[in-house]
Ligand binder design. Sequence first.
Ligand code: MG
Length: 297
Amino acid sequence: MKLVAFNNLSNSSVRPIHFRVGALIDDDNVADLTPSILPLGLTPIELLRCYDLSTDFTTPASEAVFSGNLPVLSKNDVKLEAPIPRPGKIICIGLNYRNHAIESGMEIPKSPIIFSKFVTSVAAPNEPIGIPTGSEQTDYEAELAVVIGRRGKNIPVAEAMKHVFGYTNFNDISARDFQFTDGQWQRGKSCDTFAPFGEFVATKDEIVDPHNLRIQFRLNGKTMQDSTTAELIFRIPELIEFLSRSITLEPGDIIATGTPPGVGFARKPPVFLQDGDLCEVEIEGLGVLSNPVKQNV
Ligand code: MG
């Protein structure tokens, strides 16, 4: 199933608190799952936070989609939100592709490098990525993101994939000037709109091997990153084990697994995002995440 979140407020500049949950049934149409999966008046956010997404959600949702009885809307008539609009945590892994660590002039990490983004950095598919005032070095990073489906602590490698709900395209937008002059990475990674992801979460049954997916980033149609998740240094089960030793993972949490080589700041000459640019992240089986770039939004 390809899970999306959406609302009908296509012209609203205010991010809605409530949204609807749907499944893409083809490239152009969304089946509205909201009425069929919201028992006892739970909001979709409460549902995503409280339930075991892998079983309590996916099974009835899939059955509802296959029943053919759901209301179907044209994708053109809705505004897609990020498929998890308010994740509890956005955890990012730094330098998790060998050749990206090398291009960044950093050592190959011996254990995962962890940082986070504030939830207010989430951006929807097609929503403009805002270059913040004062940054002249805003950069892109195509990443495979994992969505957690089952709460857990101290999860062993052998159990880790049971906690995965699915996968989505993620763009780890980074203001390099903030990142490298602040002394730590938080502001440079957490500006508003610096965490676009989607368009959908593919439930894990859709992806045979998440460690063998082509991953690409295009800037204005030009391919800037082209690699495979086979190159990940720390794979998904290792990341889940490492993180959950000290952090409780909850349904809806996002883990962005790191970016391959080809980012803008490491190029000669460097390439940074400009007003009017178009960013596209494409991972095999996960569609395309597309976001324009705007100055100071
Ligand atoms: Mg990154």
